[in-house]
Design a protein. Structure first.
Length: 132
């Protein structure tokens, strides 16, 4: 029995499309698991003080801190604010959540690009790909 190469290719495309849809649904489900989100970054710094005789000027290990700062952009300008320990813990977690969200969205876009290429490659010339 001889296999029809067009039917075989069509079946392969259908399986590939179903696999992409499954991956996309799993990624979409991950979005529901993301907690609260927050913009910007959190940095921890050890600083020197204004006293010229303080040991912090001579030894990095003896600098003051660590101090925790949150930095973000507001209307194109960088804004920073010092955070207390509870704020730092909370905002750090929310920033991690935002990064997880961003990564998931990038992965969803990559899957969408593969699906678009597959659908447009299999569409007949002059016809739009089927909705579905």
């Amino acid at each position: 029995m001889k296999l029809d190469p067009i039917a075989t290719q069509s079946d392969r495309h259908e399986r590939q499309l179903r696999a992409y849809e499954d991956t996309y649904r799993k990624l979409a489900a991950q979005l529901a698991e993301v907690g609260f989100i927050w913009p910007g970054t959190v940095v921890r710094q050890r600083l020197t003080c204004g006293k010229s005789r303080c040991a912090c000027h001579d030894d990095e290990q003896r600098r003051h801190g660590p101090y925790v700062y949150w930095t973000t952009k507001v209307k194109g300008r960088t804004v920073s604010r010092r955070l207390g320990p509870k704020e730092a813990e909370l905002i750090t977690q929310w920033i991690q959540n935002r990064r997880q969200l961003d990564q998931t969205q990038r992965r969803m876009r990559a899957v969408s690009e593969k699906v678009a290429a597959l659908l447009l490659r299999t569409a007949k010339p002059g016809r739009a790909p089927a909705d579905g």
